[in-house]
Ligand binder design. Structure first.
Ligand code: AGP
Length: 619
């Protein structure tokens, strides 16, 4: 996914755009560029690699003007190199574009436009759009109209911003489908466009989100919104509750480190306003489910991707235990194509930190098409998933900038726990006394997570011992099996070590063959009803000289004799133990990645939210 920023107003555009791109670099970071109208002409500066390279180019050859657009790229078509970096300019140098998404019919358009004499300078699909705009601008001399006609010719999902020296006072932005959001920010006598709020939070909290097939013409005075067919649209202005500080690193070395250490507070914020601890009551009115509806649900699906899918696997345990609805968990990328058995008596929950993950959004559309009740658990306010749901439970975790998701994972577990209590209550399965107990368990959670974050378990020492290993196995059972999956994913995505999470009971059916003196095994063996089973798994690993890092409950001295290292966590109610148990695994992965000198916040080939279907970044 790419990052987009635009500015029009009285101030110098370049520094505003560069600062905005810095806050979006987690979205794509293999090349960057910007364009500014200077003395009536479009000036473009681009470079491959991190934003710092572009800053060097700007230092050597600065550009000045009050209107401009900028882009950070996560390549899909055309390898990362200066000529493929955005922005892209037309043949006359009068129109320039930045784009997020894939032009699925770009080859045929390119052939048509080349045939008409247009000269292409890159291998990107994006460049076809600017030449289409050029073609229609020659016919209509109206930038908005030319952009509208061009967008009607391209297939796929897109977010674009176009600027022209022929109309140097405006930006034309548009959104087609799910290729990441387009936010328009309202300032005092200036306006902003971005693909995500953190880019412009420093300047305004008044934001409008473009829906599918909507356009905005943005001048320093304001913005006019229309549909792709030209119908005027009245838009609601959101006041975003996030502040620029929360989107900054503060004293931490990495956003991931900050977001891990924020979890005691972010979990408190997730609970805030949803629980009356006095009365032992959960209030989730924002999801509009009646007792009759709740009782009528025959089954539930949770659709998500990556870390959110692992959170869903934990949610399955909690919701089946407390609300007694059969729950199936599906990857968005699978659910959307497998014709799932969904109808109006099905509840479908989507989980997405960004709310823009294309496979999850497509799964939601599939559920909607089949008549399901559609809920979502989302972190980004006003994102597509939130807007297309019947009810949304926000994670309230604050901006999550590090590509490796951490606090959104724990926040979505807490949200699912709240949802399970709410559904259990509506279905008449949880009486007041039981509800009080379950709510009290939740009350103690931030403190338990705080203890884990504050304790002496020396993750750096552990990392020093294990950072050279090239393989890891993570084992868990029951509600902590998905935590093993998540622990392995964290290590994989930020340290590039091959790590696998596995249900411990499956060990003897294959993975035990991997065990020898070189294989570190992280075993989640906190006290619950499968504890004894986990201990015997640890013994089986040790019997084959495997290296065991055990996650255990404070006071469990016995396990210390069986494992090479023990990470102790405080005793936690079983249904909430994944929230506490995942934190040491996040920290272990973090310190190992730091020790290996990896770029923790922007791991290779990854982006914070995947808005293009099933493609990784080209090597
Ligand atoms: C997790 O660390 C990854 N960044 C990735 O797996 C992520 O969870 C996945 O892309 C889903 O993102 P979402 O929650 O924003 O939909």
């Amino acid at each position: 996914m790419c990052g987009i920023v635009g500015y029009v107003g009285p101030r110098e555009a370049t520094p505003i755009i560069v600062e905005g791109l810095k806050r979006l670099e987690y979205r794509g970071y293999d090349s960057a560029g910007l364009a500014v109208i200077q003395d009536g002409r479009i000036e473009v500066r681009r470079d491959v690699g991190k934003l710092t390279n572009l800053e060097k180019v700007l230092a050597e050859s600065p550009v000045h003007g009050n209107i401009g657009i900028g882009h950070t790229r996560w390549a899909t078509h055309g390898a990362p190199c200066p000529r493929n970096a955005h922005p892209h300019v037309d043949c006359r140098g009068e129109v320039v574009i930045i784009h997020n998404g894939i032009v699925e019919n770009f080859l045929s358009l390119r052939k048509e436009l080349t045939g008409e004499g247009h000269r292409f300078t890159s291998e990107t699909d994006t460049e076809t759009i600017v030449h289409l705009v050029e073609k229609y601008l020659a016919e209509s001399s109206d930038l908005e109209e030319a952009v509208r006609r061009a967008l009607k010719r391209i297939k796929g999902a897109h977010a674009v911003v176009v600027m022209s020296s022929r109309e140097p006072d405006r930006l034309v932005a548009a959104r087609l489908g799910n290729a990441g959001g387009v936010v328009v920010g309202f300032g005092e006598g200036e306006m902003f466009v971005a693909s995500d709020m953190p880019a412009i939070l420093e300047h305004t909290r008044e934001m409008v989100f473009l829906e599918d097939r909507q356009m905005a013409v943005v001048t320093r005075e304001g913005a006019e919104f229309t549909t792709l067919d030209g119908q005027p649209v009245v838009k609601e202005v959101y006041t975003v509750p996030w502040d620029p500080v929360s989107a900054a690193k503060g004293e931490y070395k990495h956003f991931m480190q900050k977001e891990i250490y924020e979890q005691a507070r972010s979990i408190t914020d997730t609970i805030r306003g949803r629980v009356d601890f006095e009365a032992g009551r959960v209030c989730l009115d924002e999801i509009y489910i009646t007792p009759d509806e709740a009782k009528a649900f025959e089954r539930m699906f949770i659709v998500a991707c990556g870390t959110s899918a692992y959170a869903a696997l934990v949610g399955k345990f909690i919701i089946e235990a407390l609300a007694r609805i059969p729950v199936e968990v599906d990857y968005g990328s699978e659910f959307r194509y497998r014709d799932p058995l969904v109808n109006e008596r099905t509840l479908v929950l989507a989980i997405s930190q960004s709310g823009e993950t294309v496979d999850t959004l497509a799964a939601m559309e599939e559920a909607r098409r089949k008549g399901a009740k559609l809920l979502s658990i989302v972190n980004v306010i006003g994102s597509q998933a939130a807007r297309m749901s019947d009810g949304v439970i926000y994670m309230q975790a604050g901006p999550e900038i590090g590509v490796a998701s951490t606090k959104a994972f724990t926040a979505s577990l807490v949200d699912q726990y709240l949802l399970a209590l709410h559904l259990g209550k509506l279905r008449g399965l949880i009486d007041a006394a039981r509800m009080k107990e379950l709510v009290e368990d939740l009350a103690g959670l931030p403190n338990l997570v705080g203890q884990v974050l504050g304790d002496s378990n020396n993750y750096e020492a552990l990392a020093a011992e294990y950072f050279k290993r090239e393989n890891f196995l993570y084992l868990g059972r029951g509600i902590n099996y998905p935590v093993a999956l998540e622990g392995a994913l964290k290590l994989k995505e930020i340290s590039y070590i091959h790590a696998e999470g596995y249900p411990a009971g499956e060990m003897k059916h294959g993975p035990i063959a991997l065990i020898d003196e070189n294989m570190p095994v992280v075993a989640i063996a906190t006290r619950d009803r499968v504890y004894e089973k986990m201990v015997s798994q640890i013994e089986q690993v040790k019997a084959r000289d495997g290296l065991v890092i055990a996650l255990a409950t404070e006071g469990d001295d016995a396990i210390a004799d069986k494992a090479d290292h023990v990470i102790y966590v405080p005793p936690t109610p079983p249904l909430l133990s994944p929230v506490v148990n995942v934190v040491p695994l996040q920290l272990l992965a973090y310190f190992i990645a730091v020790r290996r000198g990896c770029d923790v916040d922007q791991p290779r080939n990854l982006a914070k939210s995947v808005t293009v279907e099933g493609r990784g970044a080209p090597p």
